[in-house]
Design a protein around this ligand. Structure first.
Ligand code: PLP
Length: 404
């Protein structure tokens, strides 16, 4: 039986300080102690339930973390100020100078840039591989490898990582499997498939209103305690702390995630099928033509569908830009990076979210100039949206008028 993440979130019922239906927001950076001894014990990590200082933890952040841990089926979680804050603290925690990471070659541009350009400053090296090729992953593992890193559904190429196989490889080589599940919340539950650490950029589908950045690390109690350790914890010492007001607002938005994901997936599936019929090179994990379709199907919690992300190739960057500008003018969505908003967002990843990846490498991994990445919105009448998009496509000349 598949995991039921939405039910796990629903079953968490919090009461506010005054009986409110939402927990009270903790509006404090520091906390009082009735005895000096308890303060000492808390610093030593031995005073369960006591708060110390909000960079370490705060009630509002703990509520949100608990809900996200329930969603992912991990023991606990630590929220962060951004997805990158979550990713970088995990990797800095797991690796020392001289250690090595094997990472999927198609990951979010910021993650790629961190591993390629920043982590080497601390003596941490990375080999980028095609994560869909088991042999390539195994061949890249060295004696010093500590982490196998991937996205369940990769940004922007939507490659699907077979987490069960990657987990077996990780166990065999004593690695930590770290999975960024930003593109597939609820649909895929990486920890249930063997991931050791699950990360999200909360900025995207989970918050869903494009009004804040945020991140989370879901994992074991031991690992999350390590991250928060006052002496050597990356989250504590690098300080990517989420503000309590934001944690409270993200928790409220999380309550509707299951409804939103179903609608994002429904709309994206509809458009992907239509775009494919229109003979665009269309990539969507829900299409049978997608090389990772079977793997996604095998891993997924079916109710939530294949997610809201798809790409099409319109041939050239100029055409992609022209089409995106026109769609924005017609109020079909926003020419903007990011994803998971109620409105459709579109961007050309080669010149935006993946621009950190050198052109040569973009070509090698199949990231073409004319690629448009769509984060499909919650439109009520997706057929109407499709008709309007088609008119734009004909107007800019990427679709033959006879096909309309
Ligand atoms: N992971 C993925 C898959 C992303 O797409 C992004 C941002 O686009 C991030 C992580 C980084 O998250 P944030 O922008 O919240 O730092």
């Amino acid at each position: 039986m598949k995991y039921k993440p939405a039910e796990r979130i629903q079953d968490l019922q919090y009461f506010g300080e005054f009986g409110g239906v939402n927990p009270s927001i903790s509006d404090s950076s520091t906390y009082t102690f009735l005895s000096a001894k308890t303060m000492f014990d808390t610093f030593e990590g031995n005073a369960e339930g006591c708060y110390l200082y909000s960079r370490h933890s705060s009630p509002s952040n703990l509520y949100l973390g608990e809900a996200l841990a329930a969603m992912e089926g991990t023991e606990t979680a630590n929220v962060a100020a951004s997805g990158m804050g979550a990713i970088t603290s995990v990797l800095m925690q797991l690796c020392n100078a001289g250690d090595h990471i094997v990472c999927s070659r198609t990951v979010y541009g910021g993650t790629y840039a961190f591993l390629k350009n920043f982590a080497p400053k601390f003596g941490i090296k990375t080999t980028f591989v095609d994560i869909t090729k088991t042999e390539a992953v195994e061949a890249a593992i060295q004696k010093s490898t500590k982490v196998l890193y991937c996205e369940s559904v990769s940004n922007p190429l939507l490659e699907i990582a077979d987490l069960e196989i990657l987990s077996k490889i990780s166990v065999a080589h004593n690695l930590k499997l770290v999975v960024d599940n930003t593109f597939s919340p609820l649909s895929i539950s990486p920890a249930k498939l063997g991931a050791d650490v699950v990360i999200h950029s909360l900025t995207k589908f989970i918050n869903g209103s494009s009004d804040t950045v945020g991140g989370v690390v879901c994992g074991t109690k031991d690992f999350i305690n390590d991250l928060r350790n006052v002496n050597d914890g990356a989250a504590m010492l690098l300080g990517p702390t989420m503000d309590s007001l934001r944690a409270a607002s993200i928790l409220k938005n999380l309550r509707t995630l299951h409804i939103r994901m179903k609608q994002h997936s429904h709309n994206a599936m509809f458009l992907a099928k239509k775009f494919q019929e229109d003979e665009f090179k269309t990539v969507y994990p829900g299409l049978k033509s997608h090389p990772g379709h079977g793997v996604f199907k095998k891993m997924m919690n079916e109710t939530y569908g294949f997610g809201g992300m798809l790409t099409i190739d319109v041939g050239s960057l100029d055409k992609a830009n022209e089409l995106m500008e026109l769609m924005q003018k017609r109020n079909l969505g926003y020419l903007a990076v990011s994803l998971g908003f109620y409105k459709t967002l579109f961007s050309a990843p080669g010149t935006s979210t993946s621009s950190e990846i050198p052109e040569e490498e973009q070509k090698e991994m199949g990231l073409s100039d004319g690629l448009i990445r769509f984060s499909i919105g919650l439109d009520n009448d997706i057929e109407r949206t499709y008709k309007m998009m088609k008119e734009c496509m004909v107007q800019v000349g990427v679709l033959n008028a006879e096909m309309v």
